[in-house]
Design a protein around this ligand. Structure first.
Ligand code: CA
Length: 234
Protein backbone atom coordinates (compact mmCIF):
# COMPACT_ATOMS: atom_id res chain seq x y z
CA UNK A 1 0.00 0.00 0.00
CA UNK A 2 1.39 3.35 -0.98
CA UNK A 3 1.71 5.69 1.96
CA UNK A 4 1.03 8.64 -0.30
CA UNK A 5 -2.42 7.26 -0.50
CA UNK A 6 -4.69 7.34 2.50
CA UNK A 7 -7.14 5.02 0.77
CA UNK A 8 -8.25 2.08 2.84
CA UNK A 9 -6.60 3.32 6.03
CA UNK A 10 -8.53 2.55 9.18
CA UNK A 11 -8.60 5.63 11.39
CA UNK A 12 -9.97 6.04 14.91
CA UNK A 13 -10.94 9.61 15.79
CA UNK A 14 -11.09 10.08 19.57
CA UNK A 15 -12.85 13.40 20.00
CA UNK A 16 -15.81 14.44 22.13
CA UNK A 17 -16.63 17.61 20.24
CA UNK A 18 -19.17 16.21 17.81
CA UNK A 19 -18.77 18.98 15.27
CA UNK A 20 -15.00 18.47 14.97
CA UNK A 21 -15.32 14.68 15.04
CA UNK A 22 -17.91 14.70 12.30
CA UNK A 23 -15.88 17.12 10.20
CA UNK A 24 -12.73 14.98 10.50
CA UNK A 25 -14.68 11.86 9.71
CA UNK A 26 -16.06 13.39 6.54
CA UNK A 27 -12.69 14.70 5.43
CA UNK A 28 -11.01 11.36 6.02
CA UNK A 29 -13.74 9.41 4.31
CA UNK A 30 -13.36 11.79 1.40
CA UNK A 31 -9.71 10.63 1.26
CA UNK A 32 -10.87 7.04 1.11
CA UNK A 33 -10.19 6.15 4.76
CA UNK A 34 -12.52 4.25 7.02
CA UNK A 35 -13.01 6.61 9.95
CA UNK A 36 -14.66 5.65 13.23
CA UNK A 37 -15.40 8.11 16.04
CA UNK A 38 -15.12 7.50 19.78
CA UNK A 39 -16.01 10.28 22.21
CA UNK A 40 -14.81 8.79 25.49
CA UNK A 41 -11.22 8.14 26.61
CA UNK A 42 -11.67 4.88 28.46
CA UNK A 43 -13.88 3.45 25.73
CA UNK A 44 -11.20 4.44 23.20
CA UNK A 45 -8.65 2.33 25.13
CA UNK A 46 -10.96 -0.67 25.14
CA UNK A 47 -11.63 -0.25 21.48
CA UNK A 48 -7.93 -0.04 20.63
CA UNK A 49 -7.25 -3.19 22.64
CA UNK A 50 -9.96 -4.98 20.72
CA UNK A 51 -9.68 -3.64 17.17
CA UNK A 52 -6.80 -2.89 14.83
CA UNK A 53 -6.43 0.63 13.45
CA UNK A 54 -3.79 2.11 11.17
CA UNK A 55 -3.70 5.45 12.95
CA UNK A 56 -5.38 7.25 15.85
CA UNK A 57 -6.27 10.94 16.12
CA UNK A 58 -6.48 11.59 19.84
CA UNK A 59 -7.92 14.69 21.45
CA UNK A 60 -6.37 15.73 24.79
CA UNK A 61 -9.46 16.93 26.68
CA UNK A 62 -11.82 13.97 26.86
CA UNK A 63 -14.41 12.56 29.23
CA UNK A 64 -13.60 9.23 30.84
CA UNK A 65 -9.84 9.39 30.49
CA UNK A 66 -7.83 12.30 29.10
CA UNK A 67 -5.84 11.91 25.88
CA UNK A 68 -2.45 11.66 27.57
CA UNK A 69 -3.64 8.81 29.81
CA UNK A 70 -5.22 7.09 26.82
CA UNK A 71 -1.93 7.35 24.93
CA UNK A 72 0.09 6.00 27.85
CA UNK A 73 -2.30 3.09 28.31
CA UNK A 74 -2.45 2.20 24.63
CA UNK A 75 1.36 2.15 24.46
CA UNK A 76 1.34 -0.73 26.95
CA UNK A 77 -0.04 -2.99 24.27
CA UNK A 78 0.13 -1.26 20.89
CA UNK A 79 2.46 0.73 18.64
CA UNK A 80 -0.39 2.12 16.54
CA UNK A 81 0.57 5.62 15.29
CA UNK A 82 -1.04 8.31 17.43
CA UNK A 83 -1.44 12.00 16.59
CA UNK A 84 -2.56 14.15 19.52
CA UNK A 85 -5.06 16.92 18.84
CA UNK A 86 -4.48 19.69 21.32
CA UNK A 87 -6.70 22.73 21.72
CA UNK A 88 -4.09 24.75 23.50
CA UNK A 89 -0.93 25.89 21.84
CA UNK A 90 0.88 24.84 24.95
CA UNK A 91 4.44 23.65 24.55
CA UNK A 92 4.20 21.55 27.71
CA UNK A 93 1.26 19.65 26.29
CA UNK A 94 3.24 18.86 23.19
CA UNK A 95 6.29 17.73 25.07
CA UNK A 96 4.17 15.60 27.37
CA UNK A 97 2.39 14.09 24.41
CA UNK A 98 5.60 13.07 22.69
CA UNK A 99 7.14 11.87 25.97
CA UNK A 100 4.39 9.37 26.53
CA UNK A 101 4.67 7.86 23.09
CA UNK A 102 2.53 9.97 20.76
CA UNK A 103 4.00 10.16 17.26
CA UNK A 104 3.02 13.75 16.59
CA UNK A 105 0.65 16.49 17.70
CA UNK A 106 -1.35 19.14 15.94
CA UNK A 107 -2.88 22.25 17.47
CA UNK A 108 -6.54 23.04 16.95
CA UNK A 109 -7.74 24.72 14.86
CA UNK A 110 -5.81 23.13 12.01
CA UNK A 111 -6.29 22.91 8.27
CA UNK A 112 -7.16 19.50 6.83
CA UNK A 113 -4.21 19.39 4.39
CA UNK A 114 -1.82 19.90 7.29
CA UNK A 115 -3.40 17.08 9.26
CA UNK A 116 -3.29 14.78 6.24
CA UNK A 117 0.35 15.66 5.63
CA UNK A 118 1.22 14.80 9.23
CA UNK A 119 -0.71 11.56 9.03
CA UNK A 120 1.26 10.58 5.96
CA UNK A 121 4.57 11.38 7.65
CA UNK A 122 3.68 9.29 10.69
CA UNK A 123 2.46 6.38 8.54
CA UNK A 124 5.58 6.53 6.39
CA UNK A 125 7.83 6.58 9.45
CA UNK A 126 6.01 3.60 10.90
CA UNK A 127 6.20 1.70 7.63
CA UNK A 128 9.97 2.30 7.57
CA UNK A 129 10.39 1.24 11.20
CA UNK A 130 8.35 -1.90 10.82
CA UNK A 131 9.92 -2.73 7.49
CA UNK A 132 6.61 -3.19 5.71
CA UNK A 133 8.62 -3.22 2.49
CA UNK A 134 9.38 -6.81 3.46
CA UNK A 135 13.00 -6.21 4.36
CA UNK A 136 12.60 -6.69 8.07
CA UNK A 137 13.83 -9.84 9.68
CA UNK A 138 11.19 -11.58 11.74
CA UNK A 139 11.82 -14.64 13.88
CA UNK A 140 8.69 -16.55 14.69
CA UNK A 141 7.39 -19.64 16.31
CA UNK A 142 3.70 -20.35 16.80
CA UNK A 143 2.10 -17.00 17.70
CA UNK A 144 5.39 -15.52 18.95
CA UNK A 145 7.10 -13.01 16.64
CA UNK A 146 10.31 -11.05 17.15
CA UNK A 147 10.62 -7.99 14.92
CA UNK A 148 14.36 -7.41 15.01
CA UNK A 149 14.49 -3.98 13.38
CA UNK A 150 12.11 -2.44 15.87
CA UNK A 151 13.22 -4.67 18.73
CA UNK A 152 9.70 -5.77 19.41
CA UNK A 153 8.25 -9.03 20.64
CA UNK A 154 4.60 -9.88 20.04
CA UNK A 155 2.45 -12.88 20.84
CA UNK A 156 -0.51 -12.61 18.50
CA UNK A 157 -1.30 -8.92 18.64
CA UNK A 158 -0.12 -8.47 22.23
CA UNK A 159 3.15 -6.65 22.82
CA UNK A 160 5.54 -8.37 25.27
CA UNK A 161 7.80 -6.16 27.37
CA UNK A 162 11.23 -7.74 27.86
CA UNK A 163 14.40 -6.50 29.51
CA UNK A 164 17.54 -6.26 27.39
CA UNK A 165 18.93 -9.62 28.62
CA UNK A 166 15.60 -11.40 28.27
CA UNK A 167 15.38 -10.11 24.70
CA UNK A 168 18.96 -11.22 23.89
CA UNK A 169 18.31 -14.65 25.35
CA UNK A 170 15.07 -15.04 23.41
CA UNK A 171 16.72 -13.87 20.19
CA UNK A 172 19.56 -16.38 20.60
CA UNK A 173 17.12 -19.21 21.24
CA UNK A 174 14.86 -18.15 18.36
CA UNK A 175 17.81 -18.03 15.97
CA UNK A 176 18.55 -21.58 17.05
CA UNK A 177 15.01 -22.83 17.38
CA UNK A 178 14.52 -26.60 17.60
CA UNK A 179 18.18 -26.90 18.62
CA UNK A 180 18.89 -27.94 22.20
CA UNK A 181 21.24 -25.40 23.74
CA UNK A 182 23.40 -26.15 26.76
CA UNK A 183 23.70 -23.68 29.62
CA UNK A 184 27.33 -23.08 28.63
CA UNK A 185 26.36 -22.31 25.02
CA UNK A 186 23.69 -19.91 26.16
CA UNK A 187 25.98 -18.31 28.69
CA UNK A 188 28.81 -17.67 26.26
CA UNK A 189 26.52 -16.42 23.48
CA UNK A 190 24.23 -14.23 25.52
CA UNK A 191 26.36 -13.17 28.46
CA UNK A 192 29.77 -13.46 26.77
CA UNK A 193 32.78 -15.70 27.35
CA UNK A 194 34.12 -13.47 30.06
CA UNK A 195 30.99 -13.69 32.16
CA UNK A 196 32.18 -14.30 35.71
CA UNK A 197 28.87 -14.76 37.51
CA UNK A 198 26.89 -17.82 38.49
CA UNK A 199 25.82 -20.16 35.67
CA UNK A 200 22.43 -20.31 37.40
CA UNK A 201 21.75 -17.00 35.71
CA UNK A 202 20.63 -18.95 32.64
CA UNK A 203 17.99 -20.82 34.63
CA UNK A 204 16.85 -17.61 36.24
CA UNK A 205 16.36 -15.87 32.89
CA UNK A 206 14.70 -18.91 31.36
CA UNK A 207 12.24 -18.68 34.23
CA UNK A 208 11.62 -14.98 33.53
CA UNK A 209 10.94 -15.71 29.87
CA UNK A 210 8.61 -18.55 30.73
CA UNK A 211 6.64 -16.27 33.01
CA UNK A 212 6.28 -13.66 30.30
CA UNK A 213 5.59 -16.08 27.45
CA UNK A 214 4.59 -19.64 28.31
CA UNK A 215 2.70 -18.82 31.51
CA UNK A 216 1.15 -15.58 30.36
CA UNK A 217 -0.12 -16.88 27.03
CA UNK A 218 -0.72 -20.48 28.08
CA UNK A 219 1.47 -21.88 25.30
CA UNK A 220 4.63 -23.92 25.70
CA UNK A 221 7.62 -22.37 23.96
CA UNK A 222 10.65 -23.18 26.09
CA UNK A 223 11.30 -26.85 26.79
CA UNK A 224 13.79 -28.25 29.28
CA UNK A 225 15.91 -31.18 28.09
CA UNK A 226 16.95 -32.69 31.37
CA UNK A 227 20.71 -32.84 31.78
CA UNK A 228 21.28 -31.15 28.41
CA UNK A 229 19.78 -27.68 28.33
CA UNK A 230 16.91 -25.76 26.78
CA UNK A 231 15.21 -25.58 23.43
CA UNK A 232 12.57 -23.32 21.97
CA UNK A 233 10.21 -25.18 19.65
CA UNK A 234 6.58 -25.69 18.67
CA1 CA B 1 -12.27 17.60 23.67
Amino acid sequence: MSVKDMKGRKVLIVEDERRIARFLQMELEHEGCTAAVEDNGSRACERLAREEYDIVLLDVMLPGLDGFSVCRKVREFSQVPIIMLTARDDIEDKVQGLDIGADDYITKPFATPELLARMRVVLRRQAAASGSDGSEEVLSIKRLCMYLARHEVMVGDVHVELTKKEYDLLEYMMRNKRTVLSRDQILSNVWGYDYMGDTNVVDVYIRYLRQKLDDKFGEKYIHTMRGVGYVIKE
